[in-house]
Design a binder for this molecule. Structure first.
Ligand SMILES: NC(=O)c1ccc[n+]([C@@H]2O[C@H](COP(=O)([O-])OP(=O)(O)OC[C@H]3O[C@@H](n4cnc5c(N)ncnc54)[C@H](OP(=O)(O)O)[C@@H]3O)[C@@H](O)[C@H]2O)c1
Length: 278
């Protein structure tokens, strides 16, 4: 397949290029040469005649989105609308990477693909608007919601935690923000299988298991040989911030696992592999 990847130089985009590049022809699209918020990109992307567009470009700074909701909507809603129009014009399938933050966090069990989304911050709401644009415009799409992505290389959560632990000598971690850490290479391999199925619709693909930020940080410290660093539990209320993250936004993978047999290993095993790969 000829696959165009927007946000192709981001965490997920780089991993997708490496994993999918073994079997497919890849075109990387990213800032500054391709800005998906610009309507001229609709025809420019369509002219590439891709079979599939993986749309991973987004404004991912959730606090930045809360401070500037217009920028969030431009990038995540309008940008996705434009990419969906490019798919329509090119008769391409679209695979949109969306987020656990389309849910409000009021549940106490993992959200299933068919639970009604209700975002509580501009990052989640702008992603949800992107999802809706795709559903209005296209017949053939995958909307894949993920959470807490970490990839080898570049800036990633484990790397930031290790740097902070070394600088500060002590850390805190919130216990009431809960989701699913997701290792980009595992996700990329799952997406490689998904795009062969033509089983379109909304899917939740994350590593198996759930974690609080505290749990995730504790495991990172353990694998980094920094388990002696004191880690103090805190709650979201202790850290006022621009965005209001959903407290419980873990995702349940029902469709991928039960219908397609696509399931990612437990996040703890993936984190172990991340450290081995360093
Ligand atoms: N990271 C997470 O924990 C997480 C969780 C849930 C869902 N997701 C979703 O997963 C996808 C990939 O995330 P990621 O972590 O790989 O993000 P990332 O590392 O921030 O990469 C996003 C890429 O998109 C580019 N981009 C931003 N605005 C653009 C625009 N207007 N036109 C074209 N490209 C643009 C960015 O360029 P610049 O760097 O130059 O801005 C960057 O290269 C996103 O859709 C995100 O919402 C991520």
């Amino acid at each position: 397949m000829l696959i165009a990847i927007t946000g192709g130089r981001g965490q997920l985009g780089r991993t997708l290029e490496r994993v999918l590049g073994a079997q497919h022809q890849i075109i990387i699209l990213d800032l500054p040469e391709c800005d998906v918020t610009q309507s001229r990109e609709i025809d420019r992307i369509a002219a590439l005649k891709p079979d599939l567009i993986i749309h991973a470009a987004a404004l991912t700074d959730v606090d930045g989105c809360a401070r500037d909701p217009i920028a969030a909507y431009r990038a995540n809603a309008l940008g996705t609308h434009n990419v969906a129009l490019a798919c329509q014009r090119a008769h391409a399938t679209m695979l949109y990477i969306s987020t656990n933050e389309v849910f409000d966090g009021a549940q106490t069990l993992p959200y299933r693909e068919f639970d009604p989304p209700r975002a509580r911050n501009p990052y989640g709401a702008s992603n949800l608007a992107g999802e809706r644009a795709i559903q209005m415009l296209l017949d053939r799409f995958y909307i894949v919601r993920i959470a807490w992505l970490f990839a080898p290389g570049g800036n990633n959560f484990p790397k930031k935690i290790i740097e902070l632990a070394r600088q500060r000598g002590a850390l805190t971690g919130v216990t009431d923000e809960i989701a699913n850490p997701t290792y980009a290479p595992d996700l990329a391999h799952a997406l490689a299988r998904l795009i062969e199925t033509r089983h379109y619709g909304i899917l939740h693909l994350t590593n198996a298991g759930i974690a609080s930020r505290y749990d995730f940080i504790a495991q990172i410290l353990k694998h980094a040989g920094l388990a002696h660093i004191p880690l103090t539990p805190r709650t979201l209320a202790d850290y006022p911030r621009a965005s209001t993250p959903p407290t419980y936004s873990a995702l349940a993978n029902i469709i991928g696992a039960d219908i397609l047999g696509i399931q990612l290993r437990p996040w703890q095993d993936a984190l172990e592999e991340y450290f081995k790969s360093l």
